[in-house]
Structure formats: structure tokens, C-alpha cells
Design a protein around this ligand. Structure first.
Ligand SMILES: [Zn+2]
Ligand SMILES: [Zn+2]
Length: 116
């Protein structure tokens, strides 16, 4: 009976040791794999500031912002994507462009305008 108890104890200790090893290997590999994945680069704050807003509110008033699907009303801060001339709320455009370097509506790649 005593030998049986010793065997059970050793098996229990061994299985706990194995599960600790497994847990350590799993928790050490997953964050590294996540960090190695390349992320799509958006525009920096400096590049955003070089994109002009709407010259006057009347130019984009009535257009639908494709980010929030609301209309752009006269007097609201807006941004016009250079090239395709699509207009969005300034807040919506900045939020999107910070993560994606392209127009939210037609996906035209938004190259940084040449510095003056
Ligand atoms: Zn919007
Ligand atoms: Zn566009």
C-alpha cells in the first residue's frame, strides 16, 4: 500500500511538472508571433496635416461621408482626398487615414503630397 501511494505521488508531481513546461512554452511563443506580423502603415500626423481640408464648406456640403454614412453638412470640418476628390468629415478621415494609407471610399492609394 505504501509503495502504491509513492507511485501515485510521483505521477502527480510529474504531470504537474509537464503541464507547467507546456504552459511556459505556449505563453512564451504566442506574443512573439503576434508582434512579428507586419501591420499596414497609415499616415502620420505630419502627412495628415499636409492634406487640405475643404476650401469652403459649400464644396462638400450634401456629400455622404463613407466612414460614418452621415451627410457632411455645410460648416462641418471636412477633408477632401487629393486625387479622387472624395470628401469625408475631418474627424472620420483622420481616424481612417491614421490606420490606412488609402481613400476609404474608392481605395485609391494616398501617396503623400510632394513637400513644397
Ligand atoms: Zn463621417
Ligand atoms: Zn476616393
Amino acid at each position: 500500500m505504501g509503495l502504491f501511494l509513492v507511485c501515485v505521488g510521483m505521477i502527480a508531481v510529474f504531470s504537474v511538472y509537464l503541464s507547467l513546461l507546456w504552459f511556459a512554452s505556449v505563453s512564451s511563443t504566442s506574443p512573439a508571433g503576434e508582434a512579428a506580423r507586419p501591420k499596414e502603415k497609415g499616415l502620420t500626423a505630419a502627412e495628415l496635416s499636409r492634406i487640405g481640408g475643404a476650401g469652403d464648406g459649400g464644396e462638400v456640403a450634401g456629400a455622404e461621408c463613407a466612414v460614418c454614412l452621415d451627410d457632411i453638412e455645410a460648416g462641418q470640418a471636412a477633408r477632401v482626398i487629393p486625387g479622387c476628390r472624395h470628401a469625408f468629415h475631418r474627424r472620420c478621415a483622420d481616424q481612417w487615414l491614421a490606420a490606412h494609407p488609402q481613400c476609404p471610399l474608392c481605395r485609391a492609394l494616398l501617396l503623400p503630397p510632394p513637400a513644397e
